[in-house]
Design a protein around this ligand. Structure first.
Ligand SMILES: Cc1cc2nc3c(=O)[nH]c(=O)nc-3n(C[C@H](O)[C@H](O)[C@H](O)COP(=O)(O)O)c2cc1C
Length: 218
């Protein structure tokens, strides 16, 4: 696919069909993602992909943890409530919420909560981890690696979702992913073939105009 088309086609998908993804497709995506730059070529990102029965067990555990009101997130990157973000970010988040009401309806939150319990029915979840004592620079490397994964997936006709939801319960993840003690799970990216008929996939995300973010100094 043409580069611009791939970039423009990528968007967050929150419902996937039950079509499985070939292992060779997953390997190719990660091979391409590895071309991402990293600090002094340190290549700090480790990848584990949950599929099949492993993922089904994780889906069940996840739904249970979401129902249990005594359990809160223990994500490695701490959760930050919306009201603690800077004003500009809060305004953009609010605009997204309003757009969701417009595109999906007043019940959009109920749909996203239900989809989150099911880990969005993703057919594969790519978990990206870093060494326990990672440098903050490695987070930039992991972000670049992540975007490459999502673009490579889009190029293969796959949808993707980077989500806090996938790494919300880090302790449970460590067990289910058999993660070595010196690794911490940072981000999960759900992959699958997009369920185009799902109401939740009517969610769209606009971008602010470029003059709100860009200054070119001459
Ligand atoms: C670090 C990160 C975490 C995210 N976590 C979630 C999540 O937990 N649940 C969700 O539905 N979307 C999540 N998203 C998706 C964003 O809501 C989405 O990328 C944003 O609204 C822009 O939409 P687009 O990706 O379709 O362009 C996350 C995105 C990022 C980058």
């Amino acid at each position: 696919m043409e580069f611009e088309k791939v970039v423009m086609n990528r968007h967050a998908s929150r419902a996937f069909t039950d079509q499985k993804i070939d292992s060779t497709v997953l390997e190719n995506i990660i091979r391409l993602a590895q071309k991402a730059p990293s600090w002094v070529n340190s290549q700090p990102v480790q990848v584990r992909i949950a599929t099949g029965t492993t993922l089904e067990k994780m889906r069940q555990d996840h739904a249970q943890l979401n129902q249990d009101t005594s359990v809160h997130t223990d994500s490695v990157i701490p959760y930050r409530p919306k009201n603690e973000w800077d004003d500009r970010s809060q305004a953009n988040m609010n605009a997204w919420f309003e757009g969701n009401i417009e595109h999906v309806g007043i019940d959009w939150r109920l749909l996203t909560t239900a989809a989150a319990d099911e880990m969005y029915q993703a057919q594969a979840v790519v978990y990206l981890s870093l060494p326990q004592d990672y440098s903050e620079w490695s987070l930039i490397d992991l972000g670049a690696f992540s975007q490459n994964i999502m673009l490579a997936a889009a190029d293969q006709g796959l949808g993707s979702l980077p989500a806090f939801e996938f790494v919300k319960y880090a302790d449970a993840l460590r067990t289910n992913l058999q993660l070595p003690n010196d690794q911490v799970p940072i981000l999960g990216i759900g992959l699958g073939y997009i369920d185009e008929a799902a109401a939740i996939n009517k969610i769209q995300a606009d971008r602010v105009s470029i003059d709100q973010i860009l200054t070119i100094l001459k």
